[in-house]
Design a protein around this ligand. Structure first.
Ligand code: NAD
Length: 485
């Protein structure tokens, strides 16, 4: 059942008001059925300009930046509490907006609340450095908010990605313009409404939904926008970085991945099978950190792949509203075509299918963008299916001979976002974890997150880190003061 009344166009948050955009109409469609979940109008170029100028005005006049850290923290704690109070309707709405199974969207909502709570605490407890007098002066280093900052987010985990940017940016005292993905606008609008209700002054949070190449681009280029925090594809991230270079604007870029999962000979195999499955097939593989390249010790390879393929084939693919569903549909029909295209590409490169490789059949799947959990094998790590991000439920499995071979293959990628290691030998785990190039390495676990642990990628997987106590500082400029005595 859909919760939204689709007769109404949803208002955006523009210049301190909730009002309709004056651009083209867009819609959020339920990936499981193609039904319209919500309709809205994108902002016009004038709306974008007005929203950013108003955000700058709100930054300078609303008093948000001047509030004491514990006062801003109190508001952010209220945001976290309101998210928790409304957790179920928010999880249902996110399910409709992007088609993830309800159990996953519940986790995303919980993570968004935790992120606000964490950055409330980080804001309250942030310390500045004072250096004692050296001769006849002392020095002090302080951080100032930047002004208007932009949060540009993708469609795969909207509420979590948006909270990850909004919470630290607000904690730092900025005004924030959020540009959610065109196909998943709802969570950003919900979060903005909650922020306002919790006491963030009007105009401090704006939400401009619509096409990235138009709205996102205009926001990035705007001279009043002092920082862009971007999560999305590597190509888009590089485009934003080029614009930022011209403006000399700091950016953080959380980009694509092609993460390696490694199963060593001494791994706890039950544990490893579960972890590898979860790493690639949760969120239908539409996850930047999906463990999409699997390396298994050659001795184990066949037996492990048999077990893995059996379990993958038995995953319950279906209705995201059903509590028992383990994998939902892909975001759009077009994206499913892309994923399918990659499987065909793999086959043309010589890969063999261990399981999947097609759309599921049956009435329940007819209207949704479903694709079966798929495992390919028989290609080298240099194949395009091993090198390009598929962003879908497609795992490519390969054997490895020894640790040197494993490290060389795992690191042979333009991406370096995450990695997983499955072994009972803690010394090997340590050695490999240090040798593998990635922003995050999981050992005997996968896709675990904590707001207090920095997250980000190396190489084409991005620039900068989000989360962690210092996450707040990327939304601030540092100033050093010298005080004559
Ligand atoms: P995308 O790059 O197409 O879009 C991301 C956002 O950027 C959207 O809001 C989009 O509208 C906007 N955008 C597009 N063109 C723009 C432009 N020219 N200027 C400014 N903004 C623009 O990515 P997507 O398809 O929405 O998301 C999938 C990608 O995101 C995958 O590559 C995935 O790995 C990556 N991702 C990375 C992380 C991470 O933390 N590293 C997390 C989630 C997703």
């Amino acid at each position: 059942m859909l919760l939204t009344d689709t007769d109404q166009l949803l208002p955006l948050f523009i210049a301190g008001e909730r009002r309709l955009g004056r651009g083209d109409e867009t819609a959020s469609l339920y990936p499981a059925t193609g039904e319209v979940v919500a309709r809205l109008r994108a902002p016009s170029a004038e709306d974008v300009e007005g929203a950013i100028v108003a955000a700058d005005h709100a930054f300078r006049t609303s008093g948000w930046a001047q509030r004491k850290p514990h006062e801003r923290a109190a508001v952010l704690h209220r945001v976290a509490a309101l998210i928790r109070e409304r957790a179920e309707p928010l999880a249902q709405r996110q399910r409709q907006d992007n088609g993830k199974p309800i159990n996953e969207t519940r986790n995303l909502v919980a993570s968004a609340a935790g992120t606000f709570q964490f950055f409330a605490a980080a804001c309250e407890t942030m310390e500045e450095a004072i250096t004692p007098a050296r001769g006849d002066y002392l020095t002090m280093s302080v951080h100032e908010p930047m002004g208007v900052v932009a949060a540009i987010t993708p469609w795969n985990s909207p509420i979590a990605s948006e909270a990850q940017k909004l919470a630290p940016a607000l904690a730092a005292g900025n005004a924030v313009v959020v540009k959610p993905a065109e196909v998943t606008p709802l969570m950003a609008l919900e979060l903005a409404a909650i922020c306002e209700e919790a006491g963030v002054p009007k105009g401090v949070v704006s939400v401009l939904c619509g096409r990235g190449s138009v709205i996102g681009d205009a926001i990035t280029r705007h001279p009043l926008v002092k920082r862009v925090s971007f999560t999305g594809g590597t190509g888009t991230g590089k485009h934003i970085a080029r614009i930022a270079a011209d403006k000399m604007m700091p950016v953080s870029l959380e980009l694509g991945g092609k993460s390696a999962t490694m199963v060593l000979e001494d791994a706890d195999l039950d544990h490893a099978v579960n972890g590898v499955l979860f790493g690639i097939f949760s969120s239908s593989g539409e996850s930047c950190i999906a463990g999409s390249r699997l390396f298994v010790a050659r001795k184990l390879y066949d037996a492990f792949l048999d077990r893995l393929a059996q379990r993958a084939a038995a995953l319950r693919v279906g209705d995201p509203a059903d509590e028992r569903t383990q994998m939902g549909p892909l975001i759009t029909p077009k994206h499913r075509d892309t994923v399918e295209g990659y499987v065909h590409l793999g086959l043309s490169e010589g890969a063999r299918l261990r399981t999947g490789g097609r759309r599921p059949e049956g009435r329940v799947y007819e209207r949704g963008n479903y694709y079966l959990p798929t495992i390919l094998e028989g290609v080298k790590n240099s194949a395009q299916v091993c090198q390009q991000e598929i962003f879908g439920p497609v795992l490519v499995a390969m054997p490895f001979d020894d640790e040197d071979d494993l490290v060389a293959q795992a690191n042979d990628s333009v991406y370096a976002l995450a990695a997983g290691i499955w072994t009972r030998d803690y010394k090997k785990a340590w050695r490999l974890a240090r040798a593998v190039q990635a922003g995050t390495v999981w050992i005997n676990t996968y896709k675990q997150f904590s707001a207090s642990t920095p997250f980000g990628g190396w190489r084409d997987s991005g620039l900068g880190r989000e989360k962690g106590r210092l996450g707040i500082q990327q939304y601030m400029e540092q100033k050093s003061l010298y005080w004559g005595l």
